[in-house]
Write a protein that binds this ligand. Structure first.
Ligand SMILES: [Zn+2]
Length: 145
């Protein structure tokens, strides 16, 4: 882990609920990426957050491998800012995608996707805003960290 104060080119994931960024690292794909320059800032001061604190993740360089899909679902307050040549060029609140493919495993031990190794893990957003497994309708449960 590098300590990057200002990144020149990359991505800043901001307004993460304080204390939860470490748990997001695995879901974002950061734990599996051994070469990326990643900075984790925990419990930074925040005037916006109810707790007065927030976590921030910064990734220097190419961030296309980051799995941002699941972010919006887990924490609707998160913002993603793209940095180019030291300046923020684009800021957005990620929207939860309709479908999550091979990001989260179904927790139902009898589900076909738990039994068949080759089966894709697919969750679709249902009408109540929850993700459900397309095979067994089990609601998605995310284990952080
Ligand atoms: Zn299932």
């Amino acid at each position: 882990m590098l300590n990057i104060d200002e990144i020149q080119n990359g991505i800043v994931i901001d307004h993460i609920a304080a204390g939860t960024a470490i748990g997001l690292m695995d879901l974002l794909g950061i734990k599996d990426n051994r070469t990326a320059s990643v900075a984790l800032i925990q419990n930074a001061r925040s005037s916006k957050a109810a707790s007065g604190r927030k976590d921030i993740i910064k990734v220097e360089g190419d961030a296309s491998w980051l799995n941002l899909d699941v972010l919006a679902y887990l924490d609707p307050n998160i913002t993603v800012t793209i940095i180019q040549d030291g300046k923020p060029v684009h800021k957005e609140k990620p929207q939860p995608p309709k479908k999550l493919v091979n990001i989260v495993r179904c927790r139902n031990p009898r589900c076909i996707s738990s039994i068949e190794e080759e089966c894709d893990q697919i969750f679709e957003m249902s009408s109540n805003g929850k993700y459900r497994c397309i095979y067994c309708e089990q609601e998605m449960q995310v284990k952080r960290g």
